[in-house]
Design a protein around this ligand. Structure first.
Ligand SMILES: [Cu+2]
Length: 345
């Protein structure tokens, strides 16, 4: 018997995806007797044996954060005592990877997969309040941000787990270079399940300064793309499967900064059509010299900062080059997005 891919509620949809991706052998050969069980929206039973709380209806859970061109929502903050104060709530919601697809359960920060984008400036003092509305304990790790140990977010090690109904506050100074980072749950137990269910989000550090143009001299646009291969959602970019992934607008002549983050369990070599790009940073830190390429092999847990010079009009695909990650039967699907570059004339 083969090893079953781990599935939670929404498993039937996952089986369909695997079948469409030509991976039916994995499913057929697995020893999970639930593979043919009737479809259910009943909640999984937590590690403590308790059934979970209700799942928020589809499209709810967001706190009204503005949606950006890359599909991510931007987390607002308030200023208090010199700190940028953010609030995240993690709770069960329904999520669709494309319109019309079966809603599957997600354990999402502020109702979205990925969670909302946190953007700060280098040197900022931040306070992030995390409210746990999951049926089980959680915590949040600030991946790559080099925070003090007590703020590292490892439940049972650097802090007690945040129990259901509790709010925990993280406080730290952003002392890493401008670039791409992320946050994800990191409890003592069930870390794999929580991340599989969507408990992650991007954390972008901008240079010091105010105003986008001031902190990004020479750039016209900035996007963040978070790759995931969770068994719950399939192969996605920013929680969506092509063709639902947003077409990223640009004009000929634009220089575009892209923060590329792999929160999956697999490598994804991302290939760009029509032009080369430069890798300028990795794990938030600048490279000694940019590397010019048209394909970047992204590793789990790793982030990349890329610079694109849009020099031709067209709808230029940017996609994983592992074909089962970008096809569904005969159609393109999954880990694909595109830059929609219009003529500047
Ligand atoms: Cu891939």
């Amino acid at each position: 018997m083969g090893k079953c891919p781990k599935r939670y509620t929404g498993w039937k949809w996952v089986v369909v995806v695997l079948a469409a991706a030509g991976l039916t052998g994995t499913v057929a050969g697995c020893s999970d007797s639930t593979a043919n069980a009737p479809q259910t929206t009943t909640a999984p039973v937590s590690a403590t044996g308790q059934t979970k709380t209700a799942i928020a209806p589809l499209g709810t859970g967001s706190q009204g954060e503005p949606k950006q061109a890359d599909g991510l929502r931007l987390l607002p903050y308030t200023m208090k005592d010199g700190y940028k104060v953010f609030h995240l709530t993690i709770q069960p919601v329904y999520w669709q990877t494309q319109p019309g697809s079966k809603p599957v359960e997600a354990w999402a920060f502020n109702g979205t997969v990925p969670g909302p984008e946190i953007k700060v400036n280098q040197g900022d003092k931040v306070r992030i309040q995390v409210t746990n509305k999951l049926p089980e304990a959680t915590s949040v790790h600030w991946h790559g941000l080099d925070v003090p140990f007590a703020q590292d977010g490892v439940g049972g090690l650097s802090q007690p787990d945040i129990q259901p109904g509790q709010t925990w506050t993280y406080t730290f100074t952003v002392n890493v270079p401008p670039g791409a980072y992320m946050y994800h749950s990191h409890p003592m137990n069930d870390m794999m399940k929580e991340e599989t269910m969507g408990a992650f989000g991007p954390f972008i550090v901008e240079p010091k300064g105010t105003g986008w143009q001031q902190v990004h001299p020479g750039y016209q646009r900035e996007y963040t793309l978070m790759l995931n291969d969770s068994s719950q959602f399939g192969y996605t970019i920013n929680g969506l499967s092509y063709p639902a992934t947003p077409a990223l607008p640009a004009k000929v002549g634009d220089k575009v900064l892209v923060h590329l983050i792999n929160i999956g369990d697999m490598n994804h070599p991302m290939h760009m059509h029509g032009m080369h790009f430069q890798e300028i940073g990795q794990d938030g830190y600048p490279l000694p010299a940019p590397i010019t390429m048209d394909t970047i092999d992204t590793a789990p847990g790793t982030t990349y900062d890329l610079s694109f010079q849009m020099n031709q009009p067209g709808k230029w695909l940017f996609h994983c080059h592992i074909l089962p990650h970008v096809t569904s039967g005969t159609d393109m699907s999954g880990m694909i997005t595109l830059f929609d570059v219009s003529d500047n004339s």
